[in-house]
Design a protein around this ligand. Structure first.
Ligand code: NAI
Ligand code: MG
Length: 502
């Protein structure tokens, strides 16, 4: 359920089942261990962060953001309209022309290091806020999202004064103003993935967080202020899809970076076509996680669980299609079922929780509908005994066996805790099935054989291929897709190219 670093020996696997059918579970349940939410103070209302200050939207519009685990309204945030987009882009342009563009890289780096350190110092606050606004388990926001966000700023801070050695020519230049639209599944981490390389390369930014998860981006804006970042270098516009559309269509920006659905990505590509704006898109996925008969079963099962149940499956690179070699399929699925019965679903702030809340009623509806389609098309559905809380948006971890390649649950991105199991007999068949998708973001392979891993890596059409691990991220490693998963890379030296005129 966590970064693969926490393997089969981790504390999770030793826990007792959440909801035993034998009625003995009560005596064995872990006592709740909730993280205190006192560390965050959430204001009743937030403005837009433009030119270094928080201010209401010009039109006065607001919308509420909700804790998906309780349906409690956490705060109301400003809804940016076209006038606000104008103002933010103008502030970013002025900051680019007057301050950030001319500033030497070594000076820019100091601000990025400061932001990285502030993220570390305020890590608990960010983690609790992220879990409240998004619904993800505190164990993940604390151990994955926040540390990786800080790591991204540290990593790109190191590049800011070395751009002429990055392999993009002797004097690579920034693009100017970047308009960046991000999704709700990793709100802070996606903000870091967008801002850190852009700023290191000398661009200024207007960032539009997702409408269901604006709070950590607003706290990050406060951190930028705390770090003394010159006004206008980072601007944060909260709002829904129309705000995002107004931002990407604005004539004053030079670069568009988007992470989200393939559908909206295509709309953005159309809107940007012919304008000369540079574009990167990081879209959906339907990754194959391939288990061979020589893989250590316990380790592979941990990898399968981490691949699809991490972050409730709201992961673009989730291993949502398990391809397991037929000769071991029975054993692997049996072991997987036993492991699923030990996952704990519930309060995201409880440190024992493995599976938190689904982010929104819309997403819950999509997962529910696609899962019903799986049954209707003839796949066999299974979930462990699992009591769902009365309030909030929840979906039990689910596996489908008897899935064929034509089933919708094998083709469409469900973006939830739902795994489709398919089988294969030969490595060639595994590759053919893995590549049978319009997407191509990631893939996983579980085998003892190094030669087979290299053979697979040459044939799988996916941007990231994990071997004997899954969902492992590092700021030094480029991430991005093939085909309908988008284009451009984030992370690593490659991630700089998206923000340089090289
Ligand atoms: P979405 O693509 O609508 O939202 C992502 C971001 O784009 C949000 O900030 C949203 O406000 C913004 N946006 C929406 N319409 C826009 C437009 N026309 N122009 C510019 N920005 C716009 O994704 P949504 O509706 O939240 O989720 C729908 C499905 O998309 C999910 O079920 C999942 O399958 C997929 N998805 C994939 C993600 C990924 O990381 N690959 C992330 C989020 C969703
Ligand atoms: Mg929320």
């Amino acid at each position: 359920m966590t970064q693969a670093g926490e393997g089969a020996e981790g504390p999770v696997s030793r826990r007792e089942p959440a909801g035993h059918a034998d009625g003995l579970s009560a005596g064995w349940d872990y006592a709740p261990a909730p993280e205190s939410r006192d560390i965050v103070s959430i204001a009743p209302e937030y403005g837009l962060f433009v030119a270094g200050e928080f201010a209401p939207a010009a039109g006065g519009g607001t919308f509420s953001t909700v804790n998906p685990a309780t349906e409690e309204t956490l705060s109301r945030v400003a809804a940016a309209g076209p006038a606000d987009v104008d103002r933010a882009v103008a502030a970013a342009r002025a900051a680019y022309d007057q301050v950030w563009g001319p500033m030497p890289g070594a000076e820019r780096a100091k601000y990025l290091y400061r932001i990285a350190r502030a993220l570390q110092e305020r890590a608990r606050e960010f983690a609790v806020l992220e879990s409240l606004d998004n619904g993800k388990p505190i164990r993940e926001s604390r151990d994955v999202d926040v540390p990786l966000a800080a790591a991204h700023f540290f990593y790109y801070a190191g590049w800011a004064d070395k751009l002429e050695h990055a392999g993009f020519g002797p004097a690579p230049r920034p693009l100017g103003v970047a308009g960046q639209v991000i999704p709700w599944n990793f709100p802070l981490m996606m903000a870091a993935w967008k801002l850190a390389p852009a700023l290191a390369a000398g661009n200024t930014c207007v960032l539009k967080p997702a409408e269901t998860t604006p709070l950590t981006a607003l706290l990050l804006a406060e951190v930028c202020h705390q770090a003394g970042l010159p006004p206008g270098v980072v601007n944060v516009l909260t709002g829904a899809g129309d705000t995002g559309a107004a931002l990407v269509a604005h004539p004053g920006i030079d670069k568009v970076a988007f992470t989200g659905s393939t559908e909206v990505g295509k709309e953005i590509a159309r809107s940007v076509a012919g304008t000369g704006k540079k574009l990167t898109l990081e879209l959906g996925g339907k990754a194959a996680n391939i288990v061979f008969d020589d893989a250590p079963v316990e380790q592979a099962v941990e990898g399968i669980v981490n691949g699809i149940f991490f972050n409730q499956g709201h992961v673009c690179c989730a291993g949502s299609r398990l391809l397991v070699q037929e000769s071991v399929a029975g054993a692997v699925v049996d072991r997987l079922r036993r492991r699923l019965a030990s996952l704990r679903l519930g309060d995201p702030l409880d440190k024992n929780t493995d599976i938190g809340a689904v982010n929104s009623p819309e997403q819950l509806d999509k997962i529910t509908r696609l899962s019903a389609t799986g049954e209707a098309e003839g796949a066999r559905r299974w979930s462990p005994p699992c009591r769902l809380p009365d309030r909030g948006y929840w979906f039990a971890p689910t596996i489908f066996t008897g899935v064929s390649q034509s089933h919708r649950i094998a083709r469409e991105e469900i973006f939830g805790p739902v795994l489709s199991v398919l089988t294969f007999r030969t490595p060639e068949e595994a590759v053919a099935k893995a590549n049978n998708t319009p997407y191509g973001l990631s893939a996983g392979a579980w085998t003892e054989k190094g030669s087979r891993i290299l053979w697979l890596a040459q044939r799988l059409r996916a941007g990231v291929i994990w071997a004997n691990t899954y969902n492992r991220f590092d700021p030094a490693s480029p991430f991005g897709g093939y085909q309908e998963s988008g284009f451009g890379r984030e992370g690593g030296r490659h991630g700089l190219a998206a923000y340089l005129d090289a």
